[in-house]
Design a protein around this ligand. Structure first.
Ligand code: GLU
Length: 481
């Protein structure tokens, strides 16, 4: 059997982390089994449709590296892949189901439906139209009477199936409503469309959120009534924001593109969400999407809810950043360096090198480097450091020897600068640390900085470093008599 899976997002908002995880697992399952991964857009709920959401689905799958084999723009012979383009089909199949005895026409109006209240206070349909003879119902339809088509749930049966994660799920037919399959406007409900589409698209494995776990027996009864083979089901555990609350679209940050905009790498997000409810046998945490394909296994899918932990995603993102080559990191970090006041003023490449091991998320960069331009407002007492044995006099002397040596240095590299500061310290009868400390304060005006004197000098470049050293020497001479 060739595995065919589908990801069926609804364009009702931007790509939520939970949805993307469903898509990812579906993709991994298909790839793992050399199957086909299909994208289907479930847009029958036009009221909930959000402008731009379809485009966000395409964009997200592309950035996330989840390429589909069939979809709206990739015909594989099972299209159309957008539900609103399949409208005729649903009506045709709903009518077929009526003929097969699995559904019936219902003419109850809104008022009547509102007036029905079951023992639980719900408006559960009371099967009022279930026994209208088919010929009579057809005549009423032909006469133009408004109608819906409802599922004729067999009575007195228990509908069961085995979910590959949650095991056996059974629902008694008395607990299943004769729900609407085709609405009065001729549009299908999700309950009907998902069955028709999955069957016609030859879907063998349905992976979706746990919220569908207990509705699936109802869908299976539709498969059975048509005489269609049921697919295999794999329901996925909930993602929680914390112990009590579900991660929801309303939790503003839970969408993929927002995380990308916040400076997370798409591959790190994908990696992190893969682990939300799936544990590879190897327990490996950082892995490429190809490694995930290799290791993906339904046995590793969890039944218990997964907690979305942004701190952990930050950590993982940091691991991805550190693993990049300096050139790759420069490319991804430059837009964030340019967001800082310091961007474009000094050596951006050296700034990126400095940041590579110091941030977990790219959007942390601007705040971390703004200090490079806030140089001249500083507190002279910063030069006093007991442990380093630096006071004003030592600092003055240190800056003087460093200034002389550095102004003669042409090779403005880390190694050469280190050597230069060390030897100038020796020549002046001081410790290397005393010179480096004084130079770092003089170059930055900060009590602490990411990187020491050498890194700061490289970032600032020779001209700006010498200007700051001269300024600081002057300042110290003036202020610390
Ligand atoms: N359109 C449904 C959703 O976004 C998909 C459910 C399914 O995969 O069947 O929740």
């Amino acid at each position: 059997m060739t595995v065919r899976t589908r990801f069926a997002p609804s364009p009702t908002g931007f790509m939520h982390i939970g949805n993307l995880r469903t898509g990812l697992y579906t993709y991994l399952y298909a790839r793992k089994h050399n199957g086909t991964f299909i994208l289907r857009i479930e847009d029958t709920d036009q009221e909930r449709k959000v402008e731009g959401a379809v485009e966000a689905i395409y964009r997200t799958l592309k950035i996330a590296g989840m390429s589909y084999d069939e979809g709206p723009d990739k015909d594989g012979g099972y299209g159309p892949y957008v539900q609103t383009e399949r409208m005729g089909l649903y009506k045709e199949y709903a009518e077929k189901l009526v003929e097969l005895g699995g559904a019936y026409y219902c003419f109850c109006d809104k008022e009547r439906l509102q007036s029905i209240v079951d023992d639980n206070g719900l408006h559960t349909y009371d099967k009022h139209c279930r026994n209208i003879p088919l010929e009579e119902a057809k005549a009423r339809v032909a006469a133009g009477e408004p109608y819906v088509i409802r599922q004729k749930v067999p009575e007195g049966v228990v509908s069961s199936y085995t979910d590959l994660v949650f095991g056996e799920i059974s629902v008694a037919s008395e607990d299943i409503e004769d729900g609407v399959l085709l609405k009065s406007d001729g549009l299908p409900t999700y309950n009907f469309a998902n069955v028709v589409d999955d069957h016609l698209m030859g879907i063998t494995h349905v992976m979706r959120g746990i919220e569908y776990l207990s509705s699936t027996p109802k869908y299976n009864l539709i498969y059975d009534a048509f005489g269609w083979e049921r697919p295999t089901y794999i329901h996925l555990t909930t993602i929680m924001k914390d112990a009590q609350r579900k991660l929801s679209k309303r939790y503003g940050d839970a969408n993929f593109e927002d995380f990308v905009a916040k400076g997370y790498l798409p591959e790190a997000i994908v990696n992190y969400i893969a682990l939300l409810g799936w544990c590879p046998k190897s327990n490996q945490e950082k892995m490429t999407i190809d490694e995930m394909v290799e290791q993906f296994d339904v046995d590793g899918l969890s039944k218990s809810p997964a907690i979305f932990d942004e701190a952990k995603m930050r950590w993982l993102n940091g691991e991805y950043l550190k693993a990049m080559t300096p050139e790759e990191f420069y490319t991804v970090s430059l837009p964030y360096i340019m967001k800082s006041k310091a961007g474009g003023k000094f050596n951006d490449y050296e700034i990126s090198r400095l940041m590579q091991t110091r941030v977990d998320v790219l959007s942390d960069i601007p705040d971390k480097i703004d200090f490079l331009v806030d140089f001249d407002e500083y507190d002279i007492n910063m030069y006093v450091h007991q442990k380093m044995k630096v006071d004003f006099n030592v600092a003055k002397q240190a800056l003087k020897v460093a200034f002389d040596a550095m102004s003669n240095l042409d090779d403005w590299t880390e190694d050469a600068l280190k050597e230069c500061m060390k030897s100038s310290a020796e020549a002046g009868g001081m410790k290397g640390g005393q010179v480096m400390f004084s130079v770092r304060v003089a170059l930055t005006g900060q009590p602490s900085t990411p990187g020491g004197a050498v890194e700061m000098a490289v970032v600032l470049g020779k001209e700006e470093s010498m200007r700051r050293l001269a300024f600081s020497i002057d300042y110290l001479n003036r202020e610390a008599q």
